[in-house]
Design a protein. Structure first.
Lengths: 518, 509
């Protein structure tokens, strides 16, 4: 046990503290544009968070004391639970945030409101870390909004860029609708079960009668009323809708291309990697803990894994086919990010009707999110580098870039091929693991969708590779500087993506155990 | 530790060459690639003298040479290992890979004149993957290397290729990648149908060969479905008619040293995988399907040769003739006789050397004349006697001149297939038809030689057509020497090959 218990939320606290330090620095010297100091604080905060998450993860927090761990840290009467699952996702969040803030130092150097920029990123990351540990629909909703609200502002950060402002507005409107859907779903589940804590909801569903929480312990309500399954089913479906927004999955995916394309590229990286992972951790925890699949089977509520199967297949096809038809690189990556949400959804879809195979499929989804956190962040940071240099947005504008910036382009090649699932990075393994998860429960349609979309994705990812290395440069382009921060972030992401090939075993071990311990 | 050294040296070398300045990259790469050649030569020597292995790496894994086995990771209940080793089938192919890479690098000194360090770095990177393909004994490791070959190849064709290089590169890339996925699906259907818990090739072989009560889907056993999917996947790489259409594009657009690697080694990945997966792991199914497979092989022989007959471009002629030669390999494999399977594997090595030699010769001619069209030139024998001499020798080797490797290989295959029990009554017919392919080969090669090499010199140019540089001709001479050595003493390879395929053919060596 971590003592005192609240210290187990150190990864989230580090983000929050760094955000407050930044706001303090900004109020002491409101006009400061010292990018190195402000960015340095943000990077330092992220690294502290990362170190704390990794330390707690390997320190055995969440592993029962009988198995050599220190048990999960239960905080605020079970509203937050820091366990292996939470720490795994806190690690993803912290890694992505560290890369993004490091890359932003060069990207926003010339902009006003830098302190606000970094503190918004860190506040959003605080929300993501808390969301990883949220163990009740109430805390989940609060953390969910803490993730979302700063990110609306961040997408619209380039105030003088119409695309950025438009993207921010669209993101906000869709986000508001999906938050409403999410909140309505929560209220329906609460109405049906009488409780919000995940474990309590599960007890209500399993017993079939409404529950209440008294002094932290779950008890039957005096009325003894039974859980109305149809209302519960409506609630679950609406919660899925709200989560789909965060994951950028069908049916709430259409904000993603606009937002990712209009936002500053480091923010696109942040949203498409970390924010997506935050949506998934909530989904994993809620559906693994609160809505036990075997108790819901045949209850008349909803077999949610069937919903996820439909969503996974639709998301894969829509994301990948749309990506294949794009003319601009950033938008292609945005759609590919939707496609990857479809892959990760396999984690919730490749289950049998009794919930068998959950540790397998969910840990596959988690492993893919971990790898994705590096390869996709890296790819968007390369876009940030291209924007920094003033390279255009279309595929043709990248022509011949490999001659001028071989290191960055080699890193980008690693990202793209790894995203496509070639064995040059961890993406190969994680896709394979997902594939195995589908076969494990004989979900042939999911397996076929995964294979077809992987083959298709190679086509559009290699268009960028082709432009960078094979095509001749079309216009005049001069690259004047090679920004250190961006380069460091990109190269670090590439190295980790490659190292995840030999290191993939560690990721899956941790992920598998994390799901089993839920 | 030798295999690891081989992989690491080559990988490090690739990195060093990539960072080296362009003007010295070629020489540096050749020097570095000499290390794997020396190492494999030593390993080959050990095989010939000390190694008493009489087994197949998949069927008697205890007898694998230079083996290493380290647990790597656990993937959803399946153990993945770093597991490498060599047997009599992989050793000659490994030697072929390292030798051909070095020679291809030397032959690139003249034609490759831009972005040299990247070119040679990628060549070495490809060598790493090829070494891995022929040594890996764990499916996962093998698949990493198998796919890893695609990436350098894609760039080598796409950046340094001819006018339609972009189209050719993407076609090669997507075509072979989709094929890998088909193969993958086929293999995993079988993995899930049996109770393997590790993905090592020997364990899979044991499980597949002893599997009983396999599910029946739409009237076909799972083994049959899996076999067909895997065959389709590998057949693209080989390539077998009608899955060959990527090959002429890739060959014609690729720069010559890359064509050498493509024809010499990459095609053998397909036949090697067929032997390892389809014909070893699913032997019973392969025996059942022998006749249709042999027909596919014979059609490839005849069709490839006919296509070659219709070409005017020297490179296309050699490219299509590869389809024909690979058809013989299929025929030899389905025979399941010591000479048939041994000859098929021997043909992989022999064809690797001879087609590499022919491509290199065409490359040397092209470097000098700047054309590959048969009708554009004549009487080259006057101007470049050495090159032409080697070309003629190589062409005769291709046609199957005795005492050259090609003759030995095809002779073994025909002899092995003629009485093959698996083919039953159709064996003599199919073998005779395949033999007819040699006549067509002779037809187009003689025609091409007669038009281009002999007669009075004729080529409309405003530049001097003279002798090729020494470093252009030297690799040709080395290859020709190897072809003759293997033709005179086929036992240098055939012995160890037969040791390895022996358990499949129902007898010892």
């Amino acid at each position: 046990m971590v003592d005192p218990t609240w210290l187990a939320t150190a990864p989230a606290l580090a983000f929050g503290a760094a955000a407050l330090v930044l706001l303090l620095a900004d109020s002491v010297d409101p006009d400061t544009t010292n990018a190195t100091v402000l960015g340095g604080i943000a990077v330092a905060g992220s690294l502290v968070s990362l170190a704390a998450a990794v330390y707690l993860l390997y320190g055995g927090v969440g592993i029962p004391t009988g198995q050599g761990g220190t048990g999960p840290a239960v905080i605020l009467g079970g509203q937050l639970v820091v366990d292996q699952m939470a720490l795994f996702f806190m690690t993803i969040t912290a890694s992505v945030t560290a890369l993004v803030t490091l890359a932003s130092v060069d990207y926003v150097r010339e902009h006003a409101y830098q302190a606000e920029f970094y503190s918004l990123v860190l506040l959003s990351a605080t929300g993501m870390s808390l969301l990883s540990a949220a163990n009740s629909l109430a805390t989940a909703f609060v953390a969910f909004e803490l993730v979302s609200l700063p990110s609306y502002a961040l997408v619209a950060f380039l105030k003088k860029n119409r695309g950025s402002v438009e993207a921010g507005l669209k993101y906000f409107l869709v986000g508001a609708v999906s938050s409403a859907v999410f909140a309505y779903g929560i209220s329906l589940v609460y109405a049906a079960t009488g409780v919000l804590r995940f474990d309590a909801v599960a007890m209500a569903i399993e017993s079939g009668t409404v529950r209440t929480v008294v002094d932290g312990s779950v008890q039957a309500q005096a009325s003894g009323a039974s859980v109305p399954m149809s209302i519960l089913g409506m609630g679950i479906i609406m919660i899925i809708g709200g989560l789909a927004f965060k994951m950028a999955a069908v049916p709430f995916q259409f904000w993603a291309p606009e937002a990712y394309e209009g936002a500053p590229a480091p923010i696109s990286a942040f949203l498409s990697s970390a924010s997506k992972a935050a949506g998934f951790v909530l989904a994993f925890r809620a559906f693994a803990v609160a809505f036990p699949i075997d108790a819901l089977a045949g209850s008349g509520a909803v077999d949610w894994f069937v919903v996820f199967q439909v969503l996974a297949i639709a998301t894969m096809f829509i994301g990948n086919f749309a990506a294949a038809t794009q003319e601009t690189v950033k938008r292609m990556l945005a759609y590919s990010s939707i496609g990857h949400a479809g892959y990760v959804l396999i984690g919730l879809a490749a289950l049998s009707a009794t919930g068998d195979g959950m540790a397998f499929s969910m840990s596959a989804g988690m492993a893919h999110l971990m790898v994705y956190g590096f390869m996709n962040t890296g790819a968007f940071l390369f876009i940030a580098l291209a924007e920094y240099w003033g390279v255009g947005r279309r595929f043709e504008d990248y022509n011949g870039l490999g001659k001028q910036a071989p290191v960055a382009c080699a890193a980008m090649t690693v990202f793209l091929f790894s995203l496509a699932g070639l064995p040059i990075g961890g993406g190969f393994f994680s896709k394979f693991y997902l594939f195995q998860a589908t076969l494990n429960v004989s979900a042939w349609s999911l397996a076929a969708a995964l294979v077809i979309n992987s083959a298709l994705s190679l086509f559009y990812y290699s268009r960028v590779v082709k432009a960078m290395w094979i095509e001749e440069p079309t216009g005049e382009r001069t690259i004047e500087s090679y920004p250190t921060g961006l380069y460091t972030a990109i190269v670090a992401a590439a190295v980790i993506t490659v190292l995840l090939i030999p290191g993939f075993g560690y990721i899956t071990d941790v992920a598998f155990r994390a799901v089993e311990l839920l | 530790m030798l295999v690891e050294t081989l992989l690491l040296v080559t990988l490090l070398g690739a990195g060093i060459v990539m960072l080296a300045p362009d003007r010295m990259a070629g020489k540096l790469a050749a020097g570095i690639s000499a290390v794997p050649v020396a190492l494999t030569t030593y390993m080959y020597y050990v095989f010939l003298t000390d190694f008493d292995g009489a087994g197949n790496a998949l069927l008697s894994p205890g007898e694998v040479a230079f083996g290493t086995r380290i647990p790597w990771l656990d993937l959803g209940g399946y153990t993945v290992q770093y597991y490498v080793g060599l047997d009599g089938v992989s050793m000659p192919l490994l030697a072929l890979t390292t030798i051909l890479t070095t020679l291809a690098i030397v032959s690139a000194w003249t034609p490759i004149d831009e972005r040299q360090s990247q070119f040679y770095g990628l060549m070495l990177l490809m060598e790493v993957s090829l070494i891995g393909v022929f040594t890996a004994l764990d499916f996962f490791l093998w698949f990493v290397f198998w796919e890893g070959v695609l990436i350098p190849m894609y760039f080598l064709i796409g950046v340094w290729g001819g006018p339609r290089r972009k189209y050719a590169a993407i076609k090669f890339f997507v075509y072979t990648n989709v094929a890998s996925l088909v193969m993958f699906a086929g293999l995993f259907a079988m993995v899930f149908g049996t109770d393997v818990t590790t993905l090592s090739l020997p364990a899979m072989a044991t499980a597949f060969r002893t599997a009983t009560d396999l599910p029946v889907i739409a009237g076909y056993s799972l083994a049959t479905i899996s076999f067909v999917l895997m065959f389709i996947g590998f057949a693209v790489k080989v390539p077998v008619f009608p899955l060959h259409t990527w090959l002429p594009d890739a060959h014609v657009e690729a720069p010559t040293p890359v064509s050498v690697m493509l024809a010499g080694v990459l095609l053998k990945m397909g036949t090697y995988a067929l032997l390892r997966f389809n014909f070893t792991m699913l032997e019973a199914t392969a025996r059942q399907l022998a006749v249709p497979l042999a027909i596919v092989g014979v059609v490839s022989v005849i069709y490839g040769a006919m296509l070659a007959l219709a070409q005017r471009d020297l490179k296309r002629i050699v490219a299509y003739s590869s389809i024909s030669s690979m058809g013989y390999v299929i025929l030899g494999l389905v025979a399941f006789t010591p000479l048939g399977m041994g000859g098929a594997t021997f043909q992989m090595v022999a064809h690797g050397l001879i087609s590499g030699l022919l491509f290199m010769t065409v490359g040397v001619i092209y470097n000098t004349t700047h054309t590959r069209m048969v009708g554009d030139m004549s009487g080259l024998a006057d101007r470049m006697p050495w090159t032409v001499g080697i070309f003629v020798a190589a062409a005769f080797g291709y046609m199957g001149l005795p005492l050259m490797a090609g003759f030995a290989a095809e002779f073994f295959i025909f002899q092995g297939a003629f009485n093959a029990a698996t083919l039953g009554a159709s064996a003599p017919v199919l073998t005779s038809l395949a033999m007819f392919g040699i006549v067509i080969v002779a037809g187009y090669l003689l025609w091409a030689m007669q038009r281009t090499l002999f007669g009075g010199f004729g080529l409309e140019t405003d530049y001097e057509v003279g002798r090729a540089a020494f470093h252009d001709v030297a690799p040709l001479a080395v290859l020709l020497l190897l072809v003759i050595v293997l033709g005179v003493a086929p036992d240098l390879s055939l012995d160890m090959i037969q040791h390895a395929v022996g358990p499949l053919t129902g007898g010892g060596a």
